[in-house]
Design a protein around this ligand. Structure first.
Ligand code: NI
Length: 224
């Protein structure tokens, strides 16, 4: 074998070997890692039966990080369906712009399962597999708990509505090996909810929140 043939076959091997790393129809990709829900609270308002809408009343929701899990199934080369799951997020909900009523109101827990259709534009030869996705988010709230200070101040019966909304995502997989993946992903979810509570003087207090969080996940994955 002369040198140029050797060189070109090595080159061919180098170029060809990453082909094995492509995502292809039928692949299942499981990713696990730290996931943070960071609410933007784009819009919020507070009203009560005694006062109507309270001017300047706003709601705050803090962020939380949990264990996230995504499972993608490649229905075609380049196209996958992904389910996002996580351990329950716990958020502190507060009020602001309300004078005496300002401060921590309650803690709530939520799960935001999200089903997305994903598109992987890169060719099979790429170890980098960026993707975009769009889908549906369902967020259910539970374990609502008014703070003891709020209970002492006359609040009771906290309730929250679950939410359906659109979710958009972008992510990046880097294939360390044929099987093992490093992953980073971000979602923007449209999560809008309404919380109600009773108050001894104000009557029924209603809090409208556009939680609309950014959701970030960093983790490792495995391709089956
Ligand atoms: Ni919204």
């Amino acid at each position: 074998m002369n040198r140029s043939v050797l060189f070109s076959s090595m080159l061919a091997l180098t170029l060809a070997s990453p082909l094995a790393q492509a995502y292809k129809q039928g692949d299942i990709i499981v990713r696990a890692g730290a996931i943070m829900v960071d609410p933007t609270v784009g819009d919020s308002s507070v009203s009560s039966t005694a006062t109507g809408k309270i001017p300047g009343g706003k709601v705050t929701v803090d962020s939380d990080t949990q264990l996230g899990l995504t499972l993608s199934y490649m229905i075609r080369d380049h196209v996958g369906i992904e389910l996002l799951a996580a351990t329950p997020f716990k958020h502190e909900v507060g009020l602001k712009g309300l004078g005496d009523l300002n401060g921590k109101l309650a803690t709530i827990e939520q799960l935001p399962p999200t089903l997305s259709l994903q598109y992987f534009p890169m060719d099979s030869s790429s170890k980098w597999q960026p993707y975009v996705g769009a889908g549906i988010n369902y967020t259910t709230f539970f374990n609502e708990e008014l703070t003891s200070a709020r209970k002492a101040a006359g609040f009771s019966h906290l309730n929250r509505k679950s939410s359906w909304g659109l979710a958009l995502q972008a992510g990046l997989d880097y294939m360390l090996t044929d099987k093992i993946i490093l992953n980073a992903a971000v979602w923007r979810m449209d999560i809008d909810s309404e919380a109600t509570a009773r108050h001894s003087d104000l009557g029924r207090v209603k809090v409208d929140i556009d939680i609309d969080p950014w959701v970030y996940m960093v983790g490792v994955g495995y391709r089956f």
